[in-house]
Design a protein around this ligand. Sequence first.
Ligand code: CFM
Length: 543
Amino acid sequence: MGPKGPTAAEAREQMLDAYPKKTLRKRGKQILVNQEPGSPAEIGANSRTVPGIITQRGCSYAGCKGVVIGPIYDVLHITHGPIGCGWYSWLSRRNMNKIRKEGETNYLQYSMSTDMQEDHIVFGGEKQLEIAIQEAYDEFKPKAISVYATCPVGLIGDDIHSVCRKMKEKLGINIFGFSCEGYKGVSQSAGHHIANNGVFKHMIGLDDTPVEHKYKINILGEYNIGGDAWEIDRIFALCGIKIIGTLSGGVSYDDITNCHMADLNVVMCHRSINYMAEMMETKFGIPWFKVNFIGIEGTKKSLRKIAEYFGDKELVDKVEEVIAKEMSEVRPVQEDVSTRTTGKTAALFVGGSRAHHYQDLFNDMGMQVIAAGYEFAHRDDYEGRDVLPNIKIDADSRNIEELHIEADPERYNQTHAERKKSLEEAGFTFEDYEGMMRQMAKDTLIIDDISHHELEKLIELYKPDVIGSGVKDKYVIEKMGVPCKQLHSYDYGGPYAGFKGAINFFQEIDRMTSSKVWKLTRAPWQDKDDTPAAETPEVAVTV
Ligand code: CFM
């Protein structure tokens, strides 16, 4: 059963119809009708946004400081730039954290900035940065300080890296900088790559203390939004698997410096951290594969794959026991909710991985995703990693450093590499991301970097029962009478990962899509006579 309304091809036509020729050609490559899921078409992803069409994208600084490194709670993060960049990246993403051991520090509630003024822009801001690092050190005595360049820093040419090196030597703590000027690349995705490079160069591998545990893993690309990482921690603790580091949700500096001691990396958000997975494998021989803990089917599959990787019967049995126990709580909720949600429709436009991951959760409740797209993902996140060799490198991507990594002569773990080889021979897959399009049904719409015009058209044509998106369009969507679930911040809710998270999500989506309120609301322009009153009524104003 397909959605009510025009065919996907007709809807695509109508979305493109309003555009001038050049925009139409460009957007035409970014709006596709999904073909047979086994053979995804080429999508024009990771290209520059057409100015003026209202994108949801963020900047490179947001991807670096805001997304990947900012959540490390005991590194002191200093934004080198005007105050606005620091302000807007201050706790606006719900990467939650709590102190886990006594004596630990959490700096996440602070926003540190060099507060650049006009004279710093004119005469240079390096001195100001040096003063800021000294002041921060004197006040907090942190283990490490990271510095982030904003647009003006790149424009005037402040050398943040030499200031960091100088202060590192002077203060004797780890201090490093990121050239993540907002304008680099076409979106926050560039900032992810810059962050991965910096974490790898300045933190990974600094602490070789062995970790005694039979099953040691890292979770890469999980940022603990709304407490997701805590739910994943809970499940792994039940299974008896040790997580050394979750990069970078609720993670400490020490966890990161020691996380190369893991036997396996599992990747949640492929977009933001695939670089790290690859670099860790090349240098330390740690194999990786993709997982998804959003959705009960995804969670079960991911847990089973991890158990299979270790290959111990004891672990395989334990994982099955945990799944059975958890499912006894999830199943009744799923069954109840599904009686109301089955057959309903959703559309998802989020970031670089959630527009895919959340399809699992909607499928768990019998809902159909009729249209989906990322804001800033690349072709591999849509079409699968096998297209990687065919992706053209353009000027915007060339801007970002590719680190040349080699196997560490002493620390490369041959045993892991051999285990990987033998498992592969038995049909086990590593480095495996199939992308969004293979999972979506034929004739659904795939829309990259959706514009407000296209989103409005989509609502007008299909009126999905719910849309998963972000704050930039939440209220536009709701004014059109469709409930919107923010899938970046979770609207103050969550967790949605794992088993308990699925229960939360089922209940919330059920409430949102079953509520009658959406049918009762009317936007002013929907009323026939919505012309403004001829006279403004007098209002008494008391001062
Ligand atoms: Fe990865 Fe993310 Fe996402 Fe992302 Fe993000 Fe985010 Fe996201 Mo908002 S790292 S790509 S840059 S899963 S902040 S936790 S929700 S856009 S889909």
